[in-house]
Ligand binder design. Structure first.
Ligand SMILES: NC(=O)c1ccc[n+]([C@@H]2O[C@H](COP(=O)([O-])OP(=O)(O)OC[C@H]3O[C@@H](n4cnc5c(N)ncnc54)[C@H](O)[C@@H]3O)[C@@H](O)[C@H]2O)c1
Ligand SMILES: [Zn+2]
Ligand SMILES: [Zn+2]
Length: 383
């Protein structure tokens, strides 16, 4: 089969690989019909995550058709159209029982901090991902959801990560009616965090980024105010001024470890890898949040030492919440939002390209060329 493979930082290509086989009775093999590139893929594409092995296949956002199921699979049958959450969860451990599917302790037992994810290095279990014609899905009775009749695959594939992640970001902010919310990052995750903030009763939503085309998009898609941090002298003072000098009630970091805006952080955290990425956006979230406000983090960071202004956070009495997204937990509610027409996730897709063009697609998304927001790859056997 055709599959994207990692060749080293900034280098991916399409290769021939064997079609995955059932390895465990609760596995399913899915024929992929849509798979996306995500900001999280950029962290591994840029070589920032340890143990990203040459030859591995990325892709944690995918939908497809069930091709084959193992003997114990009860909830799926060949021919079903399914979406697959990016976290692999066992469904029965301490964490899964609390709906913390992103913290499952059985799918990546070598690590005490992360569950298994599709296509996201051996740090998260070494599972091959869905940027391929076929993918093996373990615990097939737990993760996959059937795509309802009438829902497009383009909408469904955005339910496997970014819409739920943005939604969880807003939920962790514990937004109260009328709250002012600042979202850092106008990528897919930030866009859905902004959209979800309104669903939770926000009174005002401000989105910060440096890419004008993304700010323009989110302004129209989620009716928010925007600030381009590269075009103001001091982003913290600008945001404080916009929020009565008190700060926002809730700040959301939807940027993560590769944030721009502070050359020292970029040098130490991204170029020299002395710390777990640049925490610039998180620092700005802490600084521009009001005292006793909430900071919610879904931007991804590596575990080692970070330059985070903890003293400011502590003295202000901030509540900080963060996690990988527990995708499965949000699916019933978000499927409802999509089916009712309240949210149309596929509106954020800017590029639909054949899987064969995966290498160009990574380059375009990584360099933010051609006004790229979200890329969907379509394998040749998708139809
Ligand atoms: N927690 C989870 O479960 C989860 C799931 C999906 C993605 N993520 C993470 O969320 C983050 C965003 O993902 P995405 O797909 O939207 O990525 P993306 O790369 O498309 O978007 C990131 C945006 O942040 C902007 N940015 C850079 N520095 C900034 C700063 N200092 N302040 C404000 N904006 C800044 C960039 O210009 C870009 O538009 C990534 O770190 C990704 O790994 C986490
Ligand atoms: Zn993703
Ligand atoms: Zn589990």
């Amino acid at each position: 089969m055709l599959a994207m493979t990692y060749r080293g930082p900034y280098r991916v290509r399409l290769d021939e690989k064997p079609i995955p086989q059932i390895e465990h009775p609760n596995d399913a093999i899915i024929r992929v019909t849509r798979t996306c590139l995500c900001g999280s893929d950029l962290h591994i594409y840029h070589g920032l995550l340890p143990d990203t092995r040459i030859g591995s296949t990325f892709g944690h956002e995918f939908v497809g058709v069930v091709e084959e199921v193992g003997p114990t699979v009860q909830s799926l049958k060949p021919g079903d159209r399914v979406g697959v959450p990016f976290n692999i969860s066992c469904g029965s451990c301490f964490f899964c029982k609390k709906s913390l599917y992103g913290n499952c302790e059985n799918t990546n037992p070598n690590s005490s901090i992360g569950a298994g994810f599709f296509g996201y290095s051996h740090t998260t279990g070494g599972y091959d991902g869905g940027q391929a014609e076929y993918v093996r899905v373990p615990f097939a009775d737990v993760g996959p959801f059937k795509i309802p009749d009438g829902m497009s695959e383009d909408d469904a594939v955005l339910l496997t990560d970014v819409f739920p992640t943005g939604y969880q970001a807003a939920e962790m902010g514990d937004i109260k009616a009328g709250d002012t919310v600042i979202v850092f990052g106008a990528g897919p995750v930030g866009i859905f965090a902004a959209k979800s903030a309104w669903l939770m009763g926000a009174g005002r939503v401000i989105v910060v980024d440096q890419a004008d085309y993304r700010l323009e998009f989110v302004q129209n898609y989620a009716q928010v105010e925007t600030v381009n941090f590269a075009q103001v002298d001091d982003i913290i003072m600008t945001l404080k001024k916009m929020t009565d000098w008190r700060g926002a009630d809730v700040c959301i970091d939807a940027v993560g470890a590769e944030a721009d805006g502070d050359w020292l952080q970029t040098l130490a955290g991204v170029r020299m890898k002395l710390s777990g990425g640049a925490t610039t956006a998180l620092g700005w979230a802490i600084e521009s949040c009001r005292k006793a406000g909430n900071v919610s983090i879904v931007g991804v960071y590596g575990p080692p030492i970070n330059l985070v202004p903890m003293g400011t956070a502590m003295n202000k009495g901030l509540t900080m919440r963060m996690n990988q997204c527990n995708v499965k937990r949000y699916l019933p509610r978000l499927i409802e939002h999509v089916m009712s027409g309240r949210v149309k996730p596929s509106d954020i897709i800017t590029h639909r390209v054949p899987l064969e063009e995966v290498s160009d697609a990574y380059h375009r998304f990584s360099s933010k060329l051609d006004h790229c927001i979200k890329t969907v790859l379509i394998p040749p056997k998708a139809a």
